[in-house]
Write a protein that binds this ligand. Structure first.
Ligand code: BJ8
Length: 429
């Protein structure tokens, strides 16, 4: 990474503390990613994107800001990127997967809280995340209680706009969400001074759909046996998607897919167990579970998470002549995301069963970040359905620390042995 100290200083960052973070990331990335064998050449771009995650990409954002663009941070796949883009702003995903920020998060939040929340709040209060420091506003949402209240803390440090997400999917809830998107458009117009037009929104819809299509293409390729790309690499692509320039991301992901399409023509079976991950998101640099699973005799072929299928499944229709028409289309697509914050949330179980078939999955690992109640509670229902269909499932609840890595490895090992052995499957929570 080049010398960006002036830029970071101008962003008001705590340089000393940030140095510690910069020291840790390359080491973790090197040992987890660069030791993989047979990686596609197309991953070089994504390696670079991670290496420059606090450097070149931030510099690009600063250059855009100098031209008058606004940068807006988000934490949930319910916040419609289309609106941010149509208002002429740039969106960045701020969810954090680093243990580094937990300690600072715990200074202002209770300890018994989801690590994702503690980490993003810690990133802000410690002034060590250049994305946060680049943001003119962040957009929260009322998904889970922890996040909802955490935005009140972040509000002490920077402007925050919170979208009220309904938690049922009745007719009136679609209307409510449509109204929230309308308010969000007003907010973005106020922030940027730009009008969101039908034409602009249609263009933004098209851009986001093309990004979804590129990710879907990547995931479709993982349906091959064996998958032409590791779960670790596919996860990295998804994580970069939240931060990168969208046009460039689409181009690089499609280039990678071109290469993978060639690979599958000659790829030999490897006998590895095919695993699905379902549950809570894995924000960069959370590679913990993937590196454990793929360090064993298994490959992760799909993630039913918000850093996986929930991010790209379902396109927004660009049909319609008015903002009202497009708002309906946005509400329809976004309300179809099956997050555990909804009740009931049968659609998620249906998605999991569908992916088990489509990706030819041998076993499912339910990934739950500690203290995430909605996903933890939903586990039982999903376990029951999967067991009725003889689909092996393992429940892993964990945080960002490495303390339990050995224990998780032992449990995953036992799970993989059990898959296909005919033994009764049980869950160790
Ligand atoms: S749509 S999964 S990104 S809310 S922060 S709910 S892990 S306790 S991230 Fe999420 Fe939107 Fe839903 Fe997806 Fe649990 Fe933690 Fe809350 Fe979390």
């Amino acid at each position: 990474m080049g010398d960006y100290r002036n830029m970071w200083e101008n962003l008001g960052m705590d340089l000393e503390k940030h140095d510690l973070l910069c020291e840790a990331l390359p080491e973790a990335f090197g040992s987890i990613y660069l030791t993989q064998e047979n990686r596609p050449d197309g991953m070089n771009y994504f390696n670079l994107a991670v290496a420059e995650v606090h450097g070149a990409r931030i510099q690009e954002l600063q250059e855009e800001k100098e031209k008058g663009k606004r940068v807006v941070g988000t934490f949930c796949v319910f916040v419609p990127d289309e609106v941010i883009i149509a208002s002429g702003a740039i969106g960045v995903g701020l969810c954090s997967g680093s243990q580094f920020w937990i300690e600072d998060g715990e200074k202002v939040l209770p300890r018994n809280l989801c690590p994702l929340i503690k980490a993003f709040v810690g990133a802000k209060v410690s002034r060590t995340c250049p994305y946060f420091q680049s943001c003119d506003m962040i957009v929260g949402e009322t998904t889970c209680d922890g996040k909802k209240k955490a935005y009140e803390v972040v509000e002490e440090y920077m402007p925050v706009h919170v979208m009220e997400l309904p938690q049922m999917k009745r007719e009136k809830n679609y209307e409510q969400w449509k109204d929230e998107i309308k308010l969000f458009i007003n907010k973005m117009e106020e922030l940027t001074g730009n009008k969101v037009t039908v034409e602009g929104l249609k263009k933004a819809i098209d851009l986001c759909n093309r990004k979804r299509r590129a990710l879907k293409r990547l995931y479709d390729l993982r349906k091959n046996t064996p998958s032409p790309i590791s779960g670790l690499d596919a996860l990295l692509v998804s994580q970069v998607a939240f931060l990168d320039d969208i046009e460039r991301f689409i181009e690089k992901t499609n280039e990678l897919c071109d290469e993978l399409e060639e690979r599958v023509k000659t790829w030999e079976p490897n006998g590895k167990k095919r695993i699905m991950i379902t549950g809570t998101p894995m924000a960069v640099p959370n590679w913990k579970l993937h590196s454990i699973v793929e360090g064993l005799d298994a490959e992760i072929v799909v993630e039913e998470t918000c850093t996986g299928t929930r991010y790209f499944e379902g396109e927004v229709s660009a049909e319609g002549e008015t903002i009202e028409d497009l708002l309906n289309n946005l509400a329809d697509r976004y309300m179809n995301i099956n997050c555990a914050c909804f009740t009931p949330n049968e659609g998620r179980t249906e998605d999991i069963l569908k992916y088990v078939e489509e990706y030819d999955v041998d076993g499912v690992i339910y990934y739950n970040l500690s203290f995430c109640h909605t996903y933890a509670i939903e586990y039982k229902k999903i376990e029951k359905t999967l067991k009725e269909k003889n689909i092996p499932i393992l429940n892993i609840e964990t945080d960002y620390s490495e303390e339990d890595a050995g224990q998780i490895k032992t449990r995953v090992e036992a799970f993989l042995e059990m898959i296909g052995s005919g033994k009764e499957l049980h869950t160790i929570s």
